[in-house]
Design a protein around this ligand. Structure first.
Ligand code: CMC
Length: 436
């Protein structure tokens, strides 16, 4: 990927030796030291365990300014996308770099429709999971299994026809999420309909039933589009990095995405949306918000305010700004009085006025209010993170597409070994139990 080399270098002095390391510059002016030749010229490596100071790649997909609270997909601010675009427009934008034309959108929608049925044989898998299995575990298994069910999963075929592969995963996962839910409540599965938009289809598959026809609410569809758009990509987060790392070994796209889903399920990442609701409920039942704030600040336990803090944002997460606003609007529209919204607002107010959170720049993130919205839509709590996965697919696919190619090098970091030095004595093992 073309990069702009800055007319400056960073000089690194080690003892009496100095090396000049080139600086590279991104579109928005952020500069990075290129250490590509560091080991060859000095024998040294760098160490940065959680990669907080490391740009792991050049990327043209998403831009974040964590100090100013800016998030843009392909140069377009999320606020503009949320106001005008639908989720599938944004999926196309992320994967292809431009918003679709009328024809491109029609073709993309058609492919989403054609690919919305998962292979019928895969349905048997759903019977084998325990009823209470977590949807994220089911999803990562099922997406991995897709590699055995569909032809042309080799890299060349997928890259040449990225739209088919992308729409198959994006569309099938929606069907799977709805199937997981229907299965968990023992209701018959609802198949996708070709006359409905992506989000409306999902709601219909989730909530329609032969005895209780579901009336699709345009406001809920609008809101789901917003939530999905806001979750669609977030540059080099943990799951996207997992996708890029695993993809670099030329693993097929399905298995690569399956790994992304597993990474997302963690409570410090996408799993936080479920953890937030569990925390808000615990606070509501307990009644003592201050106690939870004290616990979050204390070093005597591992409790954190879920939905607070972010590696990239040192100000209010711009996605949380929109979600909080939409949350209040939607609950008012549906005449829902959710006490957890009051708890969340009060908790935010207390935390944002507390020096612990101020000094550490801890603000609500995307997960803080999203669960309250999903609850209001009727989405069960253990499916919140699956909703996140559904929405993040275009981002993962876009990053995989950007990363994969002839010049892709396998990601293989170094380490600093701190284990035992060489053991020079004879090794001793207990007597073998089996003779053969
Ligand atoms: N509550 C209380 N203290 C916190 C929190 C929190 N939510 N987040 C960070 N801190 C403290 C942390 O204890 C540390 O304090 P000290 O300097 O005294 O040791 C300081 O703030 C820096 O924290 P960190 O763990 O070094 O920060 P990080 O950038 O490695 O972690 C994070 C980012 C999101 C994992 C973390 O803020 C966190 O655990 N938040 C709660 C979980 C959460 O909401 N996750 C969703 C993230 S957004 C969506 C996504 O990524 O999918």
């Amino acid at each position: 990927m073309a990069t702009k080399v800055v007319d400056k270098t960073a000089r690194l002095t080690i003892g009496r030796k100095s090396v000049d390391l080139p600086l590279v510059c991104g579109t928005e002016g952020e500069q990075a030291i290129d250490i590509g030749k560091l080991r060859a010229s000095t024998g040294l490596v760098t160490i940065d365990p959680s990669l907080g100071n490391t740009a792991s790649c050049f990327s043209k997909i998403t831009y974040i300014d964590g100090e100013k609270g800016i998030l843009r997909y392909r140069g377009i601010p999320i606020e503009k996308l949320v106001a005008k675009a639908r989720f599938i427009d944004v999926a196309y934008l992320l994967i292809h770099g431009e918003l679709p034309t009328y024809d491109e959108r029609r073709n993309f929608s058609q492919l989403l429709n054609f690919n919305s049925l998962m292979h019928e044989d895969m349905r048997h898998f759903f019977d084998l999971f325990p009823r209470n299995a977590h949807p994220m575990n089911i999803l990562s298994t099922m997406i991995n299994a897709m590699a055995s069910f569909y032809p042309n999963v080799d890299l060349v075929s997928v890259v040449e026809d990225i739209d088919s592969a992308a729409t198959r995963i994006i569309s099938c996962i929606r069907t799977m999420v709805a199937f997981v839910y229907k299965k968990s409540i023992g209701e018959p599965l609802v198949y996708p309909r070709q006359d409905l938009s992506y989000c409306a289809n999902f709601l219909n598959m989730m909530f329609n039933s032969p005895v209780r026809p579901y009336e699709i609410c345009p406001e809920t569809v609008r809101l789901l589009n917003i939530l999905f758009i806001l979750h669609a990509d977030h540059e080099q987060n943990c799951s996207t990095t997992a996708v890029r790392v695993i993809g670099s070994a030329q693993v097929n796209l399905y298995s690569t995405i399956s790994a992304g889903i597993s990474a997302l399920s963690g409570p410090l990442h996408g799993g936080a949306n479920q953890a937030v609701i569990e925390m808000l409920r615990a606070i509501h039942e307990d009644g003592d918000i201050e106690k939870f704030v004290r616990m979050a600040k204390s070093k005597d336990n591992n409790f954190r305010l879920m939905g607070f803090g972010h590696r990239a944002y040192k100000t209010y997460d711009p996605r949380a700004v929109i979600i909080r606003r939409e949350c209040e609007k939607y609950l008012a529209f549906r005449k829902i009085d959710d006490p957890l919204l009051d708890v969340a607002k009060r908790l935010e107010e207390i935390a944002l006025g507390d020096s612990y959170f101020i000094e550490r720049h801890l603000y609500p993130n995307v997960d803080f209010y999203s669960g309250i919205l999903y609850r209001a839509m009727g989405i069960p709590e253990n499916m919140f993170t699956a909703m996140f996965a559904l929405a993040r697919l275009p981002g993962w696919i876009a990053h995989w597409k950007e990363m994969i190619g002839r010049d892709t090098k396998i990601v293989r970091p170094r380490q600093v070994y701190v284990g035992k030095p060489e053991n020079k004595s004879e090794i001793k093992l207990p007597k073998a139990i089996f003779t053969i």
